[in-house]
Design a protein around this ligand. Structure first.
Ligand SMILES: Nc1ncnc2c1ncn2[C@@H]1O[C@H](COP(=O)(O)OP(=O)(O)OP(=O)(O)O)[C@@H](O)[C@H]1O
Length: 972
């Protein structure tokens, strides 16, 4: 049995599993097998040391982790034995003890558990009753913080000094008294009371022979105390953790608990695991570089067991929507070019904030990529979004009685449930739509047979007023299309929606408001006349002789079309779910909720300041660790990206963590070329069978664009967008709403006067086409030059046949399958001592794959323009199309520098305060509240989102839009 348990473990892991030490700390970086080791140790203690399962406590951080661990242990020791383990979250184990022994500390036998909503309601009542000025949400949070520190209401009362503290202390005491009177324990109490129990009734845990804890770095003070109390008789403790992955400081997690433990048990044996079994060397190297920016952190070794693999990607995009579309095109490109070696379930999009998912969901939906949300709801399922959409639905179609009944008293306006029921029934009896019926009552044109209280009548009038106001707004200017965003803004204003969210969702109102901001951004897009027109054109069916066709117009139908798209989106999601389809799905998750998980391909979009590090984060080091956790979820391919403008159209600056000197040298600027060798490498890293070369060749033919070369590397708009501005086959009205730069000495005014093709002939205007031709020529000359140099460096290079290798990118062939350059999985490459200035040929692989620092500094547009790239590993081939950087400030023919870049946007920019980056609203709840229901399937096959209608999308991803350019590029 022991042999079976230990097989597949490395020697450090075996040492940890079989150690005779009483107290063992296994400290190790991500993917080094901590959880695997802990699981094996439990099995070992049961099988080899003959401990009884009911005498072992195993604490995990989430229910999911507990379930997975039990499953793994079951495989070693059988179902019966595994079932008897005390295995679960801290909260669930505490609850078991309190249920069984709580009477000893005066707990009622049938005490209840107050959930978050109950707790909030109690605090609110106390504040109202005492007419206090403290914000209820904050007070609830403070109570929880105090409890997490093990400070009860009486202890707090003894120490408080200021009036403000005394006020809070009063709330804390009253709150606790109310819980006690109702025989309720809140989540924090479960831990606190369990501590009290185990302190006073030590014999309750007299049987405990061993205690094991996963994710120890995220334990808080009270959990630490509980640990000591569980183990108080034998003091046999094994913990696994990684200080670099401590990301719950904002929930009072104490990273110091690790050193505290060593002080409490000086004989603690610390075992470090250094080998990473999850990620490719390149991913580890980049992640390591990021985490090492924290200088206070003790240096640690991290060794890759996989080959170097594909260098992670740090991609710049012009705006959030482009970022989402690029992401989807990369998913499809990778999936197709690897011959379906990668399935959608192999991809994860990890977000700093839940609100960021809206743009991603829309793009995935549009492309028909099935996805699921981990630990949260899809965007349109979020309460605040559903509510606002219901208002828009009723404004658009007041006879939608279903939606009307849902919102008539939300936010609460004293139209109680009984009144609503009565009104619905009366309307039904009179065969009148509910709206017509209540409007008549509210306007005094009809009397209800049920008595409606005066306050309810006021509420009803208010509601009718909002709907009528919305309708009036929608019809305000009969000659203009309905501006969906104006109607939505009106509803938000009339409902005083931000205040409503603040009052009703104390703990996460900011992230909910961010969702509202996202919906506003979407409504803004939908209000753009050009987009509306295209949408209507797409909706219009061909005329059929003899069948009368209603004519749709942007003027009257904007709101309907907006809502219909959302409805179709959600309906297809629900249908797929209802059909119980088991489809491979991409995962969208917050980084917090992704902890402990892994995927072959990981995207971390929105890497800009304000998002990560988060604008409201108090601890930047914790934000960096969060990025590190996200990056180390990736096994084979890691994409980081940042838009120049976020979804609110505000300027976004790439994350400070990624802007540090040297960081760029760990990343590619674009997605990888997927050659046969690259696919073989991916298959090796993932332990999968590789499709044959001919299968891959067939797959390749499906794609028009087999490289990540649509969006320029510098984060500006693609050439196609510029071409539109230049009138090359596109009308100005079809322009991307994003930024469009036009190098010209015309003024903004002139540009406005010369829409579309007119620009090209405006006096003094240098055609974009001309500029790009010039720039392209410059580029190709520089690259021909560079290829010649590179050919000298690496004699006999045979890579000419490769599709393209973007300048500066290490050859994929060098990453996989070439013994001289690649360490295969059997060889372990240390990542500890890389010097980026070392020479290419004589140094270890990981050094060779990094550019020299001086070149790194030169990267970006200048490098591409002049062709001075970092050293290439093998001969490269210039990319075939339009990865051109836009010409930077140039000297005009006249000799005068042309610095007056025009900045045009076809849709208005919004002025609102930055609320994009919200606290994650669906992070994993690390206690018993989390359950399987938090992983929601969201299979999508829809292609009906607003994005689909955007004309410029026709050029995206799989379709080649600039055949002429590509063809010419190929000749280079
Ligand atoms: N000795 C080993 N040989 C091969 N694979 C291993 C070994 N140890 C762990 N692994 C694999 O490495 C991956 C990561 O393991 P595990 O989840 O236990 O790591 P972890 O240290 O807990 O990671 P994290 O801290 O990121 O949650 C898993 O796929 C696991 O099966």
């Amino acid at each position: 049995m022991a042999g079976q348990i230990l097989s597949g473990l490395n020697s450090a892991q075996r040492d940890a599993v079989t150690s005779d030490a009483d107290v063992v700390q296994v400290l190790a970086p991500p993917g080094s097998g901590k959880t695997k080791t802990l699981t094996a140790r439990v099995a070992y203690l049961l099988a080899h040391r003959q401990l009884k399962p009911w005498n072992i406590i195993v604490c995990t951080f989430t229910v999911k982790a507990a379930t997975e661990m039990k499953e793994r242990i079951r495989k070693f020791v059988g179902d019966e034995c595994a079932k008897q383990l005390k295995l679960g979250t801290f909260h669930s184990i505490a609850l078991r003890y309190l249920k069984q022994y709580g009477v000893h500390i005066g707990l009622a036998k049938d005490f209840g558990v107050a959930d978050t909503a109950d707790s909030k309601a109690i605090v609110k009542r106390i504040i109202r009753q005492n007419d206090l000025s403290i914000d209820a949400g904050q007070a609830r949070g403070r109570i929880s913080t105090q409890k997490a520190k093990g400070i009860d209401s009486e202890q707090f009362a003894r120490t408080c000094k200021s009036t403000e503290q005394q006020e809070f202390s009063q709330i804390y005491q009253d709150y606790q008294a109310m819980l006690d009177a109702s025989e309720l324990l809140d989540y924090d109490d479960l831990l606190l009371k369990c501590c009290t129990l185990l302190r006073t009734q030590r014999q309750c845990v007299a049987n405990i022979e061993a205690l094991l804890i996963d994710e120890f770095q995220d334990t808080n003070n009270i959990q630490y105390q509980l640990m000591s109390l569980f183990a108080q008789h034998r003091n046999v403790i094994t913990i696994v953790g990684d200080p670099d992955q401590s990301i719950y400081g904002f929930r009072s997690a104490e990273i110091k608990n690790l050193s505290r433990m060593r002080e409490s048990w000086p004989d603690t044996l610390t075992i470090n695991l250094e080998e990473n079994y999850r990620s490719s060397g390149a991913i580890l190297l980049a992640a390591q570089h990021i985490i090492e920016q924290d200088e206070a952190r003790p240096p640690k070794k991290l060794q890759a067991t996989h080959a170097f693999g594909l260098r992670p990607i740090l991609r710049k995009l012009p705006h959030a929507q482009a970022e989402a579309e690029w992401l989807v095109s990369e998913v499809k490109r990778l999936q197709t070019l690897t011959g379906n070696l990668l399935q959608p379930s192999d991809f994860a999009v990890l977000l700093r904030s839940a609100a960021l998912s809206r743009v991603m969901e829309a793009a995935l939906g549009q492309a028909g990529v099935p996805y699921r949300m981990v630990g949260g709801s899809r965007f349109y399922d979020r309460v605040e979004i559903k509510l606002l959409l219901d208002y828009l639905r009723v404004i658009n179609t007041p006879t939608n009685s279903e939606a009307l009944a849902r919102i008539i008293n939300v936010p609460a306006r004293r139209v109680g449930e009984t009144t609503v029921k009565a009104l619905v029934e009366e309307a039904r009896q009179h065969r009148t739509p509910l709206w017509i019926y209540i409007k008549a009552i509210a306007q005094g044109n009809r009397r209800s047979s049920t008595r409606i209280h005066e306050t309810a009548m006021l509420g009803l009038r208010k509601f009718v007023g909002i709907i009528l106001g919305g309708r009036a707004k929608a019809e305000a200017n009969p000659s203009q299309p309905v501006a969906v965003v104006d109607v939505l803004n009106l509803v938000i204003k009339k409902l005083n929606f931000e205040k409503y969210l603040t009052e009703h969702y104390k703990e996460d109102h900011e992230s909910r408001w961010s969702n509202v901001e996202e919906l506003l951004a979407q409504a803004t897009e939908a209000s753009d006349p050009a987009r509306l027109q295209s949408l209507l054109e797409l909706s219009t069916l061909p005329a059929i002789d003899g069948v009368e066709q209603a004519e749709l117009s942007t003027k009257d139908d904007a709101l309907s079309v907006f809502l219909a798209n959302i409805a179709l989106t959600t309906t297809s999601l629900e249908k797929a779910e209802a059909d119980g389809e088991k489809v491979s799905q991409l995962t969208i998750s917050t980084i917090h909720a992704a902890k402990g998980l892994e995927w072959p391909v990981v995207f971390i979009p929105a890497c800009y300041d304000g998002s990560i590090p988060h604008s409201r984060a108090e601890d930047n080091d914790e934000e960096r660790r969060l990025l590190y956790v996200g990056m180390t979820r990736a096994q084979a391919v890691l994409y980081l990206s940042s838009p120049a403008r976020n979804s609110q159209r505000e300027e976004a600056v790439q994350s400070t963590f990624l802007n540090q000197p040297g960081v760029i040298s760990f990343f590619e600027e674009h997605g990888p070329s997927i050659s046969f060798a690259a696919t073989k490498g991916l298959a090796t890293t993932l332990g999968r069978d590789c499709p044959t070369q001919s299968e891959l060749e067939t797959c390749k033919k499906i794609l028009d664009r087999d490289e990540d070369n649509y969006w320029p590397l510098n984060g500006e708009a693609p050439f196609t967008e510029l071409a539109k501005a230049d009138g090359i086959g596109f009308g100005m009205q079809n322009m991307q709403p994003a930024t469009v730069f036009i190098s010209t000495n015309t003024t903004m005014q002139q540009a406005a006067n010369f829409p579309g093709a007119g620009l090209a002939s405006a006096p003094g205007f240098t055609s974009l086409k001309t500029r790009f031709e010039e720039a392209r020529e410059e580029l190709s000359l520089a690259q021909v030059d560079k290829r010649a140099k590179s050919a000298k460096v690496i004699e006999g290079d045979k890579s000419k046949g490769r599709k393209r290798q973007i300048e500066g990118q290490g050859s994929i062939a060098t990453f996989f399958g070439k013994p001289t350059l690649v360490k295969q999985s059997s060889s372990v490459g240390s990542l500890g001592s890389m010097d980026p200035t070392d020479d290419l040929v004589s140094e270890p692989l990981s050094k060779r794959l990094r550019p020299p620092l001086q070149d790194v500094a030169n990267r970006g547009s200048e490098r591409i323009r002049t062709g001075q790239g970092r050293r290439n590993l093998l001969q490269h081939k210039v990319r075939n199309a339009p990865l051109l950087q836009r010409p930077s400030t140039r000297v005009e023919d006249s000799g005068a520098p042309c610095s007056a870049y025009m900045f045009l946007s076809s849709s208005p920019t919004r002025q609102e305060e930055d609320l994009t980056a919200a606290e994650p609203s669906y992070e994993v709840v690390r206690d018993d509240r989390e359950d399987a229901a938090q992983v929601r399937s969201a299979t999508t096959f829809h292609t009906t989102t607003m994005q689909k209608i955007a004309p410029q999308r026709k050029t995206l991803g799989m379709r080649r839009s600039l055949q002429g350019w590509s063809a010419r590029g190929d000749k280079n």
